[in-house]
Ligand binder design. Structure first.
Ligand SMILES: *Cc1c(COP(=O)(O)O)cnc(C)c1O
Length: 356
Protein backbone atom coordinates (compact mmCIF):
# COMPACT_ATOMS: atom_id res chain seq x y z
CA UNK A 1 0.00 0.00 0.00
CA UNK A 2 1.21 3.47 -0.85
CA UNK A 3 1.44 6.09 1.87
CA UNK A 4 -1.13 8.85 1.50
CA UNK A 5 0.76 11.97 0.56
CA UNK A 6 -0.04 15.32 2.09
CA UNK A 7 1.81 18.27 0.71
CA UNK A 8 3.34 20.78 3.09
CA UNK A 9 1.94 24.17 2.02
CA UNK A 10 4.65 26.82 2.01
CA UNK A 11 2.64 29.91 2.98
CA UNK A 12 1.23 32.53 0.65
CA UNK A 13 4.45 34.46 -0.08
CA UNK A 14 6.12 31.40 -1.59
CA UNK A 15 3.04 29.74 -3.08
CA UNK A 16 1.83 32.87 -4.91
CA UNK A 17 5.21 34.53 -5.52
CA UNK A 18 4.52 35.25 -9.20
CA UNK A 19 1.54 37.41 -8.15
CA UNK A 20 3.23 39.19 -5.23
CA UNK A 21 6.00 41.72 -4.68
CA UNK A 22 9.38 39.96 -4.69
CA UNK A 23 10.94 39.10 -1.32
CA UNK A 24 14.35 37.48 -0.81
CA UNK A 25 13.70 33.91 0.26
CA UNK A 26 15.72 34.14 3.48
CA UNK A 27 13.78 37.26 4.53
CA UNK A 28 10.40 35.53 4.40
CA UNK A 29 8.61 35.30 7.75
CA UNK A 30 5.87 32.67 7.53
CA UNK A 31 3.72 30.39 9.66
CA UNK A 32 2.48 28.66 6.47
CA UNK A 33 -0.70 30.74 6.42
CA UNK A 34 -3.33 30.45 3.69
CA UNK A 35 -4.70 27.32 2.01
CA UNK A 36 -7.82 27.62 4.18
CA UNK A 37 -10.81 25.40 3.37
CA UNK A 38 -13.78 26.45 1.28
CA UNK A 39 -16.71 24.70 2.95
CA UNK A 40 -20.12 24.36 1.33
CA UNK A 41 -23.01 25.27 3.62
CA UNK A 42 -25.34 22.26 3.72
CA UNK A 43 -27.84 23.03 6.46
CA UNK A 44 -29.29 26.34 5.27
CA UNK A 45 -31.62 24.97 2.62
CA UNK A 46 -34.72 25.80 4.66
CA UNK A 47 -33.74 29.45 4.60
CA UNK A 48 -32.59 29.81 1.00
CA UNK A 49 -34.12 26.88 -0.85
CA UNK A 50 -31.76 24.55 -2.63
CA UNK A 51 -31.11 26.75 -5.64
CA UNK A 52 -28.22 28.67 -4.09
CA UNK A 53 -24.75 27.32 -3.50
CA UNK A 54 -23.20 29.03 -0.49
CA UNK A 55 -19.53 28.46 0.30
CA UNK A 56 -17.70 29.55 3.45
CA UNK A 57 -14.06 30.59 3.12
CA UNK A 58 -12.97 29.73 6.64
CA UNK A 59 -10.18 32.22 7.29
CA UNK A 60 -10.38 31.47 11.01
CA UNK A 61 -8.14 28.49 10.22
CA UNK A 62 -5.09 30.65 9.54
CA UNK A 63 -2.21 30.27 12.05
CA UNK A 64 -3.35 33.07 14.38
CA UNK A 65 -7.04 32.53 13.65
CA UNK A 66 -7.85 35.28 11.15
CA UNK A 67 -7.18 36.41 7.59
CA UNK A 68 -4.83 39.08 8.95
CA UNK A 69 -2.04 36.48 8.69
CA UNK A 70 -2.05 36.73 4.89
CA UNK A 71 -1.26 40.42 5.01
CA UNK A 72 1.05 40.13 7.97
CA UNK A 73 3.39 37.52 6.43
CA UNK A 74 3.86 39.84 3.47
CA UNK A 75 4.28 43.05 5.53
CA UNK A 76 6.64 41.52 8.09
CA UNK A 77 8.72 39.73 5.42
CA UNK A 78 9.18 43.05 3.64
CA UNK A 79 9.97 44.91 6.88
CA UNK A 80 12.51 42.19 7.63
CA UNK A 81 14.07 42.44 4.17
CA UNK A 82 14.28 46.22 4.56
CA UNK A 83 16.22 45.80 7.82
CA UNK A 84 13.48 47.02 10.13
CA UNK A 85 13.71 45.74 13.73
CA UNK A 86 10.22 46.66 14.91
CA UNK A 87 6.61 46.90 13.72
CA UNK A 88 3.64 48.84 15.09
CA UNK A 89 -0.11 48.76 14.53
CA UNK A 90 -3.45 49.91 15.88
CA UNK A 91 -5.90 47.06 16.11
CA UNK A 92 -9.41 45.92 16.95
CA UNK A 93 -7.63 42.71 17.97
CA UNK A 94 -6.76 40.40 15.10
CA UNK A 95 -4.11 42.62 13.54
CA UNK A 96 -2.37 42.79 16.92
CA UNK A 97 -2.48 39.00 17.30
CA UNK A 98 -1.00 38.50 13.82
CA UNK A 99 1.57 41.28 14.24
CA UNK A 100 2.72 39.82 17.56
CA UNK A 101 3.09 36.29 16.16
CA UNK A 102 4.86 37.21 12.90
CA UNK A 103 7.14 39.71 14.63
CA UNK A 104 8.33 37.23 17.24
CA UNK A 105 8.75 34.59 14.53
CA UNK A 106 10.97 36.92 12.50
CA UNK A 107 12.90 38.33 15.46
CA UNK A 108 11.29 41.76 15.31
CA UNK A 109 9.72 43.73 18.16
CA UNK A 110 5.94 44.36 18.00
CA UNK A 111 4.11 47.35 19.46
CA UNK A 112 0.32 47.26 19.39
CA UNK A 113 -2.25 49.89 20.34
CA UNK A 114 -5.74 48.62 21.14
CA UNK A 115 -8.92 50.39 22.28
CA UNK A 116 -9.20 49.79 26.04
CA UNK A 117 -11.77 47.18 27.02
CA UNK A 118 -12.99 46.80 23.43
CA UNK A 119 -11.11 43.82 22.11
CA UNK A 120 -12.14 40.18 22.37
CA UNK A 121 -10.28 38.20 25.01
CA UNK A 122 -8.77 35.58 22.69
CA UNK A 123 -7.05 38.26 20.62
CA UNK A 124 -5.66 40.09 23.62
CA UNK A 125 -4.27 36.81 25.00
CA UNK A 126 -2.45 36.14 21.72
CA UNK A 127 -0.74 39.53 21.59
CA UNK A 128 0.31 39.10 25.22
CA UNK A 129 1.59 35.52 24.82
CA UNK A 130 3.69 36.39 21.77
CA UNK A 131 5.37 39.12 23.75
CA UNK A 132 4.13 42.25 21.99
CA UNK A 133 4.22 45.52 23.87
CA UNK A 134 0.48 46.01 24.31
CA UNK A 135 -0.78 49.53 24.96
CA UNK A 136 -4.46 50.10 25.74
CA UNK A 137 -5.65 53.47 24.51
CA UNK A 138 -8.56 55.10 26.30
CA UNK A 139 -10.25 55.78 22.98
CA UNK A 140 -11.35 53.96 19.86
CA UNK A 141 -9.56 52.24 16.96
CA UNK A 142 -9.61 55.33 14.75
CA UNK A 143 -7.83 57.39 17.42
CA UNK A 144 -5.26 54.65 17.96
CA UNK A 145 -4.58 54.49 14.21
CA UNK A 146 -3.96 58.24 14.03
CA UNK A 147 -1.37 57.88 16.80
CA UNK A 148 0.52 54.90 15.32
CA UNK A 149 0.76 56.68 11.96
CA UNK A 150 2.52 59.57 13.72
CA UNK A 151 4.79 57.25 15.70
CA UNK A 152 5.88 55.35 12.59
CA UNK A 153 6.75 58.64 10.86
CA UNK A 154 8.93 59.85 13.71
CA UNK A 155 10.58 56.64 14.97
CA UNK A 156 12.34 53.59 13.47
CA UNK A 157 9.33 51.28 13.41
CA UNK A 158 7.37 49.93 10.44
CA UNK A 159 3.61 50.50 10.32
CA UNK A 160 1.76 47.26 9.54
CA UNK A 161 -1.83 48.48 9.43
CA UNK A 162 -3.51 47.95 6.08
CA UNK A 163 -2.25 51.32 4.83
CA UNK A 164 1.02 49.37 4.53
CA UNK A 165 0.68 48.38 0.85
CA UNK A 166 2.06 44.86 1.42
CA UNK A 167 -0.85 43.98 3.68
CA UNK A 168 -3.43 44.11 0.88
CA UNK A 169 -1.06 42.35 -1.50
CA UNK A 170 -0.94 39.39 0.87
CA UNK A 171 -4.67 39.47 1.55
CA UNK A 172 -5.62 39.27 -2.14
CA UNK A 173 -4.35 35.66 -2.18
CA UNK A 174 -7.59 34.49 -0.55
CA UNK A 175 -9.38 35.38 -3.81
CA UNK A 176 -6.84 33.28 -5.74
CA UNK A 177 -7.50 30.31 -3.50
CA UNK A 178 -11.28 30.60 -3.92
CA UNK A 179 -10.92 30.60 -7.73
CA UNK A 180 -8.64 27.56 -7.52
CA UNK A 181 -10.99 25.77 -5.12
CA UNK A 182 -14.17 26.41 -7.14
CA UNK A 183 -12.54 26.28 -10.56
CA UNK A 184 -14.18 29.65 -11.30
CA UNK A 185 -15.05 32.90 -9.54
CA UNK A 186 -18.32 33.00 -7.56
CA UNK A 187 -21.15 35.19 -8.80
CA UNK A 188 -21.26 37.03 -5.46
CA UNK A 189 -18.58 37.52 -2.83
CA UNK A 190 -19.85 38.61 0.61
CA UNK A 191 -17.59 39.86 3.38
CA UNK A 192 -17.63 42.06 6.48
CA UNK A 193 -16.27 45.59 6.12
CA UNK A 194 -14.34 47.34 8.89
CA UNK A 195 -11.29 49.26 7.77
CA UNK A 196 -12.29 48.16 4.24
CA UNK A 197 -8.92 46.68 3.31
CA UNK A 198 -10.11 43.14 2.71
CA UNK A 199 -12.85 43.98 0.20
CA UNK A 200 -10.25 46.04 -1.66
CA UNK A 201 -7.73 43.19 -1.59
CA UNK A 202 -10.17 40.50 -2.80
CA UNK A 203 -11.28 42.67 -5.69
CA UNK A 204 -7.66 43.16 -6.70
CA UNK A 205 -7.06 39.41 -6.50
CA UNK A 206 -10.06 38.54 -8.66
CA UNK A 207 -9.13 41.17 -11.25
CA UNK A 208 -5.56 39.88 -11.49
CA UNK A 209 -6.78 36.32 -12.09
CA UNK A 210 -9.11 37.60 -14.80
CA UNK A 211 -6.31 39.57 -16.48
CA UNK A 212 -4.19 36.41 -16.53
CA UNK A 213 -7.08 34.49 -18.08
CA UNK A 214 -7.37 32.13 -15.10
CA UNK A 215 -11.04 33.04 -14.56
CA UNK A 216 -13.61 34.28 -17.08
CA UNK A 217 -15.99 36.23 -14.88
CA UNK A 218 -15.65 38.55 -11.91
CA UNK A 219 -17.86 38.40 -8.82
CA UNK A 220 -19.96 41.22 -7.47
CA UNK A 221 -18.33 42.45 -4.24
CA UNK A 222 -20.89 42.59 -1.41
CA UNK A 223 -19.52 44.33 1.68
CA UNK A 224 -21.38 44.62 4.98
CA UNK A 225 -20.73 47.08 7.77
CA UNK A 226 -22.35 46.84 11.19
CA UNK A 227 -25.24 49.27 11.61
CA UNK A 228 -23.58 51.13 14.50
CA UNK A 229 -20.31 51.38 12.60
CA UNK A 230 -21.40 52.08 9.04
CA UNK A 231 -19.52 55.15 7.77
CA UNK A 232 -19.47 54.07 4.12
CA UNK A 233 -23.21 53.34 4.05
CA UNK A 234 -24.05 56.58 5.85
CA UNK A 235 -21.56 58.63 3.84
CA UNK A 236 -19.71 60.18 6.77
CA UNK A 237 -17.26 59.08 9.51
CA UNK A 238 -18.87 57.76 12.72
CA UNK A 239 -17.40 59.32 15.83
CA UNK A 240 -18.28 56.61 18.35
CA UNK A 241 -18.80 53.37 16.43
CA UNK A 242 -20.63 50.63 18.36
CA UNK A 243 -21.34 47.00 17.53
CA UNK A 244 -21.07 43.54 19.06
CA UNK A 245 -18.79 42.72 16.11
CA UNK A 246 -15.70 44.29 17.66
CA UNK A 247 -13.45 43.49 14.68
CA UNK A 248 -15.44 45.91 12.51
CA UNK A 249 -16.07 48.61 15.12
CA UNK A 250 -14.45 51.25 12.91
CA UNK A 251 -15.76 54.73 12.18
CA UNK A 252 -13.40 56.03 9.51
CA UNK A 253 -12.00 53.27 7.30
CA UNK A 254 -8.54 53.66 5.72
CA UNK A 255 -9.55 52.02 2.45
CA UNK A 256 -12.88 53.82 2.13
CA UNK A 257 -12.39 55.05 -1.45
CA UNK A 258 -10.84 51.81 -2.68
CA UNK A 259 -13.76 49.85 -1.23
CA UNK A 260 -16.30 52.08 -2.95
CA UNK A 261 -14.37 51.58 -6.19
CA UNK A 262 -14.45 47.78 -5.72
CA UNK A 263 -18.19 47.97 -5.14
CA UNK A 264 -18.84 50.13 -8.20
CA UNK A 265 -16.49 48.36 -10.62
CA UNK A 266 -17.94 44.99 -9.67
CA UNK A 267 -21.58 46.10 -9.67
CA UNK A 268 -21.81 45.12 -6.01
CA UNK A 269 -23.19 46.61 -2.84
CA UNK A 270 -21.91 48.02 0.45
CA UNK A 271 -24.73 47.84 2.96
CA UNK A 272 -25.14 47.29 6.69
CA UNK A 273 -26.58 44.70 9.07
CA UNK A 274 -27.78 45.09 12.66
CA UNK A 275 -26.20 43.36 15.65
CA UNK A 276 -29.29 41.12 15.89
CA UNK A 277 -28.85 40.09 12.26
CA UNK A 278 -25.15 39.44 12.88
CA UNK A 279 -25.84 37.23 15.91
CA UNK A 280 -28.58 35.35 14.03
CA UNK A 281 -26.13 34.56 11.21
CA UNK A 282 -23.39 33.71 13.74
CA UNK A 283 -25.64 31.05 15.27
CA UNK A 284 -26.70 29.78 11.85
CA UNK A 285 -23.05 29.28 10.91
CA UNK A 286 -22.48 27.37 14.14
CA UNK A 287 -25.21 24.99 12.91
CA UNK A 288 -23.00 24.23 9.91
CA UNK A 289 -20.31 23.12 12.37
CA UNK A 290 -18.34 26.26 11.56
CA UNK A 291 -17.43 28.57 14.42
CA UNK A 292 -16.55 32.11 13.44
CA UNK A 293 -16.37 35.35 15.34
CA UNK A 294 -19.32 37.77 15.25
CA UNK A 295 -17.78 40.18 12.69
CA UNK A 296 -17.33 37.30 10.24
CA UNK A 297 -21.04 36.54 10.37
CA UNK A 298 -21.83 39.97 8.89
CA UNK A 299 -21.11 38.28 5.54
CA UNK A 300 -23.88 35.70 5.92
CA UNK A 301 -26.16 38.30 7.51
CA UNK A 302 -25.66 40.20 4.27
CA UNK A 303 -26.66 37.16 2.21
CA UNK A 304 -29.86 36.84 4.26
CA UNK A 305 -30.65 40.52 3.81
CA UNK A 306 -30.09 40.34 0.04
CA UNK A 307 -32.10 37.12 -0.22
CA UNK A 308 -35.05 38.97 1.31
CA UNK A 309 -34.64 41.54 -1.47
CA UNK A 310 -34.78 38.67 -3.94
CA UNK A 311 -31.61 39.55 -5.83
CA UNK A 312 -30.35 35.97 -6.35
CA UNK A 313 -31.07 33.62 -9.23
CA UNK A 314 -31.31 29.86 -9.02
CA UNK A 315 -27.88 28.29 -9.31
CA UNK A 316 -25.97 31.38 -8.12
CA UNK A 317 -22.68 30.62 -6.37
CA UNK A 318 -22.03 32.74 -3.30
CA UNK A 319 -18.85 32.86 -1.24
CA UNK A 320 -18.84 34.30 2.31
CA UNK A 321 -15.49 35.10 3.89
CA UNK A 322 -15.49 34.04 7.53
CA UNK A 323 -12.71 36.36 8.58
CA UNK A 324 -11.89 35.11 12.10
CA UNK A 325 -12.26 32.06 14.37
CA UNK A 326 -15.08 31.82 16.91
CA UNK A 327 -12.63 31.03 19.72
CA UNK A 328 -11.36 34.59 19.47
CA UNK A 329 -14.45 35.83 21.27
CA UNK A 330 -15.70 33.19 23.72
CA UNK A 331 -17.70 35.76 25.71
CA UNK A 332 -20.07 36.50 22.84
CA UNK A 333 -20.38 32.78 22.08
CA UNK A 334 -21.39 31.96 25.64
CA UNK A 335 -23.81 34.90 25.82
CA UNK A 336 -25.46 33.69 22.60
CA UNK A 337 -25.97 30.08 23.72
CA UNK A 338 -28.01 27.97 26.15
CA UNK A 339 -26.28 27.54 29.49
CA UNK A 340 -25.03 24.06 30.48
CA UNK A 341 -27.17 22.20 33.04
CA UNK A 342 -25.52 21.26 36.35
CA UNK A 343 -26.39 17.91 37.99
CA UNK A 344 -24.96 15.66 40.74
CA UNK A 345 -22.83 12.70 39.50
CA UNK A 346 -25.79 10.27 39.44
CA UNK A 347 -26.92 8.18 36.45
CA UNK A 348 -30.66 8.77 36.87
CA UNK A 349 -30.26 12.53 37.23
CA UNK A 350 -28.06 12.68 34.11
CA UNK A 351 -30.44 10.50 32.09
CA UNK A 352 -33.34 12.70 33.16
CA UNK A 353 -31.74 15.97 32.00
CA UNK A 354 -30.58 14.30 28.76
CA UNK A 355 -34.27 13.70 28.11
CA UNK A 356 -34.14 9.94 27.39
C1 LIG B 1 -9.96 42.92 10.41
C2 LIG B 1 -11.20 42.14 10.44
C3 LIG B 1 -12.33 42.47 9.66
C4 LIG B 1 -12.41 43.70 8.84
O1 LIG B 1 -11.56 43.69 7.72
P1 LIG B 1 -11.19 45.06 7.00
O2 LIG B 1 -10.15 44.70 6.03
O3 LIG B 1 -10.68 45.96 8.08
O4 LIG B 1 -12.44 45.59 6.39
C5 LIG B 1 -13.44 41.65 9.70
N1 LIG B 1 -13.46 40.55 10.48
C6 LIG B 1 -12.40 40.20 11.24
C7 LIG B 1 -12.51 38.98 12.09
C8 LIG B 1 -11.25 40.98 11.25
O5 LIG B 1 -10.23 40.62 12.02
Amino acid sequence: MQAIKTRNWNGIVREFQEFLPKVKDDSIVTLREGNTPLIEALNMGALFGNGLKIFLKYEGLNPTGSFKDRGMTMAVSKANEDGSHAIICASTGNTSAAAAAYAVRGGLRAYVLIPEGKIALGKLSQAMMHGAKVVQVQGNFDEALTIVKEVSKAYPVTLVNSINPYRLEGQKTAAFEICNQLGFAPRYHFLPVGNAGNITAYWRGYKEFKEKGIIENLPKMMGFEAEGAAPIVKGHPIKNPETVASAIRIGNPSSWEAAVKARDESGGVIDMVSDDEIIYAYKLLAKEGVFCEPASAASLAGVIKMHKRDIFKNGDTIVCTLTGHGLKDPDTAIKSSDKPITVPPELDKVVKVLGF
